[in-house]
Write a new protein. Structure first.
Length: 171
C-alpha cells in the first residue's frame, strides 16, 4: 500500500457501496419469502426451492464481495499510485536546483490522472522556458553592465549604481 489512508478511504467507500447492494438483495429476498409465506401454500418442493435460492443468493453475495474487493484494490492502485508519484515528483522538483524545471512527472500508461500529469508537465515546460528567458536576459544585462563599467570607469557614482544593479539581478 502506498498511501494507506487514501486507499483505506477508497476501500471503505467501495465496501459501503457493496454492503448497500447486498442489503438491498437480502431485503428483496426476505420480502419475496414473506410474500410466498402469505399467499402460497408451502410444500416440500417450495421449501427446497427457497433453500436453493437462499444458497444461490448467498453464494452470489460472497462472489460480489470478492469481486468488489478486487476491483476496489485495482481502482485504488490506479488512483493512489499516480497521486503518490505526482506528489513525490513535485517534491523532487521543488527541492531541485536550477535545472528542476527540466524534470517531468511520469506515470504508467493506463493510470488515472493522466490528464492532470500532462497539465503539470506542460506547466513545468512553460516554467522552464520562462526560466531560460530570464537567464538569457540576466546574461544580456550583465554584459551591458560590464560594457557600462568599462565606459564609465572614472565615475565612482556610476560604478556604485552598476554594482547595485548587478546585486539586484543576482537575486
Amino acid at each position: 500500500m502506498i498511501k494507506k489512508e487514501l486507499q483505506f478511504k477508497l476501500a471503505a467507500l467501495q465496501g459501503f457501496s457493496m454492503l448497500l447492494v447486498a442489503g438491498t438483495c437480502l431485503i428483496t429476498y426476505q420480502a419475496l419469502v414473506n410474500y410466498i409465506d402469505m399467499y402460497v401454500h408451502r410444500g416440500t418442493e417450495l421449501d427446497i426451492l427457497l433453500k436453493n435460492l437462499s444458497h444461490t443468493l448467498l453464494g452470489q453475495l460472497v462472489l460480489l464481495i470478492i469481486i468488489g474487493v478486487a476491483v476496489s484494490i485495482l481502482v485504488s492502485n490506479r488512483i493512489v499510485g499516480p497521486v503518490y508519484r505526482l506528489e513525490k515528483d513535485i517534491e523532487d522538483i521543488l527541492s531541485g536546483g536550477e535545472d528542476a524545471y527540466s524534470m517531468r512527472v511520469k506515470i504508467r500508461k493506463g493510470d488515472e490522472l493522466l490528464s492532470l500529469v500532462d497539465s503539470v508537465n506542460r506547466l513545468l515546460e512553460r516554467l522552464e522556458q520562462q526560466n531560460s528567458r530570464n537567464q538569457h536576459m540576466a546574461v544580456a544585462a550583465g554584459n551591458r553592465i560590464s560594457a557600462a563599467r568599462d565606459k564609465f570607469k572614472d565615475s565612482p557614482e556610476l560604478q556604485a549604481a552598476l554594482t547595485e544593479i548587478e546585486k539586484a539581478l543576482k537575486v
